[in-house]
Design a protein around this ligand. Structure first.
Ligand SMILES: C[S@@+](CC[C@H](N)C(=O)[O-])C[C@H]1O[C@@H](n2cnc3c(N)ncnc32)[C@H](O)[C@@H]1O
Length: 229
């Protein structure tokens, strides 16, 4: 298997997502056999949005992670730095407010949002702690952070099957729908290199967020981290 460039240079990350944008939503469903839908429901439950809340969904891509907030009466702003993902999102979800922006220099004033969320995005930042600090800047005091990210299965056998078996197969599965199998080699390697649940909680605290805690989904394949501004 080809090795992915894990330097995560923003221009390369942006280009990579531009190339997978068209089939991104479909590939997600295929790769997770639809389980990602229940992860998205858990994400919204973790945010517990109130009617009228303003939520920033950072690294929103096509807006698939932003869309569910509307059903709870909240407004989610979908922000991303990949023009390809934003374009696809505007086409598929014309009702969502999409904003072009880099997570390390957000185009929003201090204390703007009631909650900030990021799903499967933080792992792609060159400096995740800098991104988390920027998210804190735009969240009002007492506001919430929820990070949804791939993590470490807690059960040893599941960890082996997932990290060694599934991650090897991932680019082949993705090749069925996505044109850029390389992007999914990157995905597998970036998941392997990402900190475990406690490591991410430490990053969140290092950025200045209060009371970080997490909940595992599907045995820890995904973890939801919550914290308060
Ligand atoms: C795996 S996709 C996640 C999309 C969506 N949130 C979801 O749940 O499916 C990761 C997204 O993060 C975006 N991204 C990565 N680094 C970013 C940054 N520094 N600023 C803004 N967006 C970023 C990419 O452009 C891509 O659309």
């Amino acid at each position: 298997m080809a090795r992915a460039d894990l330097d995560k240079q923003p221009t390369d990350v942006r280009r990579m997502f531009d190339t997978v944008a068209k089939r991104y939503d479909l590939t997600n469903d295929l790769m997770t056999a639809g389980i990602q839908r229940s992860w998205r429901r858990s994400m919204v439950e973790a945010v517990a949005p109130h009617r009228g809340d303003l939520v920033l969904d950072l690294a929103a891509g096509t807006g698939c992670s932003s869309e569910p907030f509307g059903a709870h009466g909240a407004t989610a702003v979908a922000c991303d730095f990949s023009v390809g993902m934003l374009r696809q999102g505007k086409k598929d979800r014309p009702g969502l407010p999409f904003v072009a922006g880099d997570g390390t220099r957000l185009p929003f004033l201090d204390d703007t949002f009631d909650a900030v969320t990021i799903s499967y995005g933080l792992r792609n930042f060159v400096d995740p702690v800098a991104g988390l600090k920027e998210m804190l800047r735009v969240t009002r005091p007492g506001g919430r952070l929820v990070v949804c990210e791939f993590s470490r299965p807690t059960n040893g056998a599941l960890r082996t099957v997932y990290l060694d078996g599934f991650m090897q197969a991932l680019p082949k599965i993705a090749a069925v729908t996505a044109s850029a199998a390389d992007a999914y080699v990157y995905l597998a390697e970036s998941i392997r290199a990402w900190p475990d649940q406690a490591g991410l909680a430490d990053m969140i605290a290092a950025a200045g967020w209060q009371h970080p805690e997490w909940r595992n989904l599907t045995g820890g394949i995904v973890a939801l981290h919550r914290a308060t501004a």
